[in-house]
Write a protein that binds this ligand. Structure first.
Ligand code: PEP
Length: 262
């Protein structure tokens, strides 16, 4: 059984005060015992991870994630943050290969392999993002585009994969991110099945069946339930709707409803 997971990707949003306020509001309003049923991850800007972590204002059991992490432990990489530094300030997860990093910063498979490997070596759980562009989907090349992005996982050493909860895969169709046009439940399920088949071919059936695959792309309280109801959707990676604590709480509640039978 795969525990549902909801991940907030705040991107380059919120002031420090707003981040702290959100954490406090979540603590006040999250129903007692929720984290036993749903994993909840907040990914603020790098700069805000340490104050949120060190102030201990998040509800107990809610974890912090970074939106990126470097492929080296340390060194002359101006402006970058290493997985070891993130671990040091109690970060547990790291989003790797988000489509905005691929698009605006030219991140591609060789670099992403390094980021995945170093994150896992440092003890972070990667949230590895893949997703086809609109052109790929319209040309009937969705699986082809995904296969190319997924191939890097075939190279990831099995030494890191002893615990399936230590790796999360996110399907984020680029055409759905921030557009208000989410994938349908059928589209999400079809792709998630394909991604799980790829994981099976890389890592074997046990690992693939236990690995959580989350959907991301214009998730909102009014569309998440049907997506979560899909057998191979194990949670959500949420941008815009995660900025509003009330909406985020609704998404957590919906994910909790999807906890059975996966
Ligand atoms: C994202 O950036 O990962 C994302 C899914 O954004 P949104 O929910 O705003 O589409």
């Amino acid at each position: 059984m795969r525990k549902p997971i909801v991940i907030a990707n705040w991107k380059m949003n919120k002031s420090l005060d707003e981040a702290l306020d959100f954490a406090g509001e979540l603590k006040a309003k999250l129903p007692h015992g929720t984290v036993a049923h749903v994993d909840i991850i907040i990914c603020p800007a790098f700069l805000h991870i340490a104050p949120v972590a060190l102030n201990k204002i998040l509800p107990s059991g809610v974890a912090l994630g970074a939106q990126d992490a470097h492929w080296e432990e340390k060194g002359a990489f101006t402006g970058c943050v290493s997985p070891v530094m993130l671990k040091d300030v109690r970060t547990r997860y790291a989003i790797i290969g988000h489509s905005e990093r691929r698009r605006y910063f030219g991140e591609a498979s060789p670099m992403l392999k390094g980021k995945l490997t170093m994150s896992m070596r440092a003890g972070l759980v990667p949230v590895f993002c893949v997703g086809e562009g609109l052109g790929d989907r319209q040309a009937g090349k969705t699986f082809q585009a995904l296969d190319e992005q997924m191939a890097v996982l075939g190279d990831i050493s099995r030494e890191f994969l002893s615990d399936p909860s230590e790796f999360i895969l996110a399907y984020e169709p680029v055409w759905a991110i921030g557009t208000g046009h989410n994938a349908t439940a059928e589209q999400a399920q079809e792709v998630h099945v394909h991604l799980r088949e790829l994981l099976t071919s890389y890592w074997g059936s046990d690992q693939a069946q236990a690995t959580r695959i989350v959907y991301g792309g214009s998730i909102a309280p009014d569309n998440f339930a049907s997506i979560m109801a899909c057998g191979d959707v194990d949670g959500g990676l949420v941008g815009g709707a995660s900025l509003d604590c009330e909406k985020f709480l609704k998404l957590i509640e919906i994910a909790r409803g999807g906890e059975n039978g996966k």
